[in-house]
Ligand binder design. Structure first.
Ligand code: XBP
Ligand code: MG
Length: 236
């Protein structure tokens, strides 16, 4: 192994297939607020182009040409949506995606650092790690960099740069794991090698800029990750 020192994981769609749970949480809050909004799977797939729940709701409002709910109501709805999501995740329906648990364990055993670089909130990450592994997020990951901690969300590199800074590891010594085009662009722009495991909601996207695209992380080894070329394919 040369110099692989850290693995940085996206959360939604990468650790687990969470987006369907996010969709249900959004829709439950829309109904509770008396809105006629109800995001279908197809609509939500399209809306995922906008990263971040608040940003997604604002973009939807604008696309409909509406002026309400205003940003303050959207912020409140997003807080309620986080509570609804945490309750659904804590209900226990989700599993880690294949190979994720084994890779995290292998990295731990090898003394690598582990980080999260996500668009979602720390509360959602913590609910997810407790549901998947029975452990708090900050017990499992050395560093957690989350959406609202940075000025600009994915596809901007900010959240990955924050994770790298907190890890004190250069981009060349880390590998990122993503499921989406937005996440891939963010990690690439931070100078990282990127493994993409497309998820249910991102399978249709172009992931050609990844260092490696695999169906899931089953059987992937640290030497294999370390050998991924530092030379990035041309961005699309
Ligand atoms: C996923 C997202 C998030 C979730 C909802 O990004 O874009 O917005 O859909 O989470 P990533 P919030 O996979 O990079 O985490 O509502 O908490 O924003
Ligand atoms: Mg994702």
């Amino acid at each position: 192994m040369t110099d692989l020192r850290a693995l940085i994981f996206d959360v939604d769609g990468t650790l687990a297939e969470t987006e369907e749970v996010h969709r249900q949480a959004f829709n439950s809050v829309f109904a509770a607020n008396g809105l006629d909004w109800n995001w279908s799977v197809a609509e939500y797939t399209d809306l995922l182009r906008v990263t971040g729940g608040k940003e997604r709701m604002r973009a939807y409002r604008e696309a409909k040409g509406q002026s309400s709910p205003d940003d303050a109501v959207i912020a409140q709805m997003h807080a309620d949506k986080t509570k609804a999501y945490v309750a659904l995740v804590s209900g226990g329906a989700l599993q880690p995606r294949a190979g994720v648990t084994q890779l995290i364990q292998a990295a731990r055993d090898a003394g690598l650092k582990l980080a999260i670089a996500t668009t979602t909130s720390p509360a959602n990450v913590d609910a997810l790690t407790r549901a998947l592994w029975g452990r708090a997020a900050d017990e499992m990951f050395d560093v957690i960099a989350a959406g609202d901690e940075v000025a600009v969300k994915k596809p901007a590199p900010d959240v990955y740069l924050l994770a790298l800074r907190r890890l004190s590891v250069p981009a060349a010594s880390a590998v990122a794991f993503e499921d989406s085009g937005n996440g891939l662009r963010a990690a690439r722009a931070a100078g990282l090698r990127v493994v993409v495991t497309p998820s249910i909601f991102t399978a249709h996207e172009d992931h050609a800029a990844a260092s490696l695209v695999v169906g899931d992380l089953t059987g992937i080894t640290l030497p294999e990750l370390d050998a991924l070329s530092a030379t990035m394919p041309d961005a699309h």
